[in-house]
Design a protein around this ligand. Structure first.
Ligand code: AHR
Length: 508
């Protein structure tokens, strides 16, 4: 939570930091990833058999190291739009028996060389949790139940035994399951109306929880501020009509509500401030969750559903079309936008249970593989700093700074939420460090800022910047990275133009 006071250019900016005012616990899962059978994300991304950089499983070791460096806690799979025609049974068992199928989301061929067991193995090697998105397009409830049984059951039953036969004795215990992906979208195979989806999702949720009550089920929302979101929440966030619980049961059928937003503009300031729309979307979705609970009289003993922002990033599908693999080349402007995105998740930590950057490798990604190595795009660097340091609790902040007053994308941002030049969030970590994240999105102005509440004589400084907002890391040179230094904490601190800065000090 941060409050903002607008001042004029030339007045003194300040940031008041209140380390003892903890606002909310930050869920580590906001640093989640996403790997879809799309473009070069799986094949040629995380899985590249025959490449000298891969291990005996065909997994790219450099990619695994990057995931470990980012400390990615959870990874969504196998899509995305890909889910809507995917049959998980095609991707298990001996490879020579796995069928190749036409792939309809991105118009390709799916060889099924990489499937559930490979993904689970990869998650184990990386040290991350799997999050599976179910096929609610061509898929049936019977197939979904079979997949859940295959992954999670330790009983002497058909699909659990199939898993054993395929070499895995112990269940994988996949905790996170999504009830379809973007089922509202015109691009979906089996696009649904909100009425059809809500009815189906509720029945699927009931059956899935009968089979495994321990799972966390994620409802398919839209942007967080649509009639779809309102309707599906109202119909599915219910209590005690499903016959699975009593008033004392602490779980509901639906545990989280998924929303997706991609931001982008070819102009720097609309681009860098666009994620403020996503922050407002979190607030609106959170109100719709409250509304559903109030209207459906869900007792307060049932934990409040959180938002699962399971696709977010900077992406312009015209610039980088999905059918061509969506290989976005990110600029410094995009890196600043990503910092604003991540600030939003920190500020709204109370409501965000998970967030997954879309995607994690090659497809609209911070990380690009080549045959002989990895390119870390501009957006990798703020993401790395956030994931390393911005954990623990969100703390209270007041920011006094000038505000960008031009056009926004989307336009409604202007009336709904402020767009300060200094976009900030702060945390106090379990290690006792205070962390202040500041994106100065101004292209020309440095800001000299009084930091009230900073009491330290040694401040670690990490800065991500570059020559101008258009520079990229994709033309053979790393023009954007992290510059580390230290500061004695005295006087004001100057946040340079078009930069992201993370200041970190031990709490007094
Ligand atoms: O992440 C790329 C695509 O964007 C996903 O497959 C889909 O869910 C969204 O439209």
């Amino acid at each position: 939570m941060a409050t903002f006071t607008r001042i004029e250019e030339g007045e003194t900016s300040s940031i008041s930091i209140h380390p003892s005012n903890k606002i909310a616990k930050i869920d580590d899962n906001i640093y989640g990833g996403f790997t879809e059978h799309m473009g070069r994300c799986i094949y040629g991304g995380i899985y590249d058999p025959g490449n000298p950089l891969s291990d005996e499983n065909g997994f790219r070791k450099d990619v695994i190291d990057a995931f470990k460096e980012l400390n990615v806690p959870v990874v969504r799979y196998p899509g995305g739009n890909f889910c809507a025609t995917y049959n998980w049974l095609d991707g298990v068992g001996p490879r020579e028996n796995r069928p190749s199928r036409p792939e309809l989301a991105w118009i390709g061929t799916e060889t099924n060389e990489f499937g559930t067991d490979e993904f689970m193995k990869w998650c184990e090697v990386v040290g991350t949790e799997p999050y599976i998105c179910l096929n609610m397009g061509t898929g049936t409830l019977a197939e979904a139940l079979g997949w859940l049984e295959y992954c999670n059951s330790d009983r002497n039953t058909y699909y659990a035994n199939m898993r054993r036969k395929n070499g895995r004795e112990k269940p994988y215990n996949v905790k996170y399951w999504a009830l379809g992906n973007e089922c509202w979208g015109a691009w979906q195979v089996e696009q649904m109306t909100k009425e059809d989806y809500a009815k189906k999702a509720y029945q699927w949720a009931k059956a899935l929880k009968l089979l495994d009550p321990s799972i966390t089920l994620i409802l398919c929302g839209e942007t967080g501020f649509s009639s779809w979101d309102y309707y599906v929440l109202k119909e599915c966030v219910k209590w005690d009509v499903h016959g699975l619980g009593t008033e004392s049961t602490t779980k509901s059928l639906i545990d989280m509500h998924s929303i997706h937003i991609y931001t982008a503009s070819n102009e720097h300031l609309p681009n860098a401030t666009a994620p403020r729309a996503a922050e407002h979307a979190i607030k609106m979705a959170s109100s719709l969750i409250d509304l559903a609970r109030i209207e459906n009289k869900v007792p307060e003993t049932v934990p409040r559903q959180k938002i699962c922002f399971d696709e977010w990033n900077v992406w312009d599908p015209i610039r980088a079309p999905g059918e061509e693999g969506a290989e976005e080349k990110y600029t410094l402007s995009d890196a600043l936008a990503v910092a604003v995105w991540l600030n939003a998740f920190i500020r709204q930590a109370k409501d965000v249970g998970m967030a997954n950057i879309a995607q994690s490798v090659n497809v609209i990604s911070p990380l690009m593989t080549t045959k002989d190595g990895l390119v870390k795009q501009t957006i990798w660097w703020p993401l790395l700093l956030f994931s390393k340091y911005m954990r623990g609790h969100t703390i209270a902040l007041n920011v006094k700074a000038p505000e960008y007053g031009g056009q926004t994308k989307p336009r409604w941002i202007r009336a709904a939420i402020e767009t300060p030049y200094l976009d900030c969030s702060a945390t106090v970590g379990d290690d006792g460090f205070v962390n202040l994240a500041v994106a100065n999105v101004h292209e020309e102005n440095d800001y000299e800022v009084a930091l009230d509440g900073l009491q330290a004589d040694k401040v670690e400084v990490y800065v991500v910047s570059g020559d101008n907002v258009s520079v990229t890391n994709t033309d053979g040179a790393q023009k954007v990275g992290i510059k580390e230094s230290s500061w004695d904490g005295k006087g004001k601190y100057t946040f340079g133009k078009h930069s992201f800065t993370l200041l970190r000090w031990k709490r007094a």
